[in-house]
Design a protein. Structure first.
Length: 85
């Protein structure tokens, strides 16, 4: 097993931590705002939703970037044509 395999694994573990941090930050800010405005749980749920949607968008672009990087390394794709012969 190569060292680069461990590095790639840790980058995907970081994606999970990114989700947890986003939910804690945005959900926590919403919860604090709810406490001030006496609207619980409205802004906590809005913060949770924003964090989750933002995380999915971030994950989408990360996967797109990793897919493009894989194609540049001569990954899958075979002949590079637009269909079956």
């Amino acid at each position: 097993m190569s060292v680069s395999g461990f590095g790639e694994g840790y980058s995907y573990v970081a994606v999970g931590f990114q989700l947890a941090a986003a939910i804690l930050v945005f959900g926590g800010l919403g919860w604090l705002l709810d406490g001030v405005l006496h609207t619980r749980p409205l802004f906590a749920l809005v913060g949770f939703a924003l964090a989750t949607v933002g995380w999915f968008v971030s994950l989408y672009y990360r996967v797109q970037r990793d897919t493009e990087a894989g194609k540049g390394k001569g990954g899958s794709g075979g002949g590079g044509g637009k269909g079956k012969a």
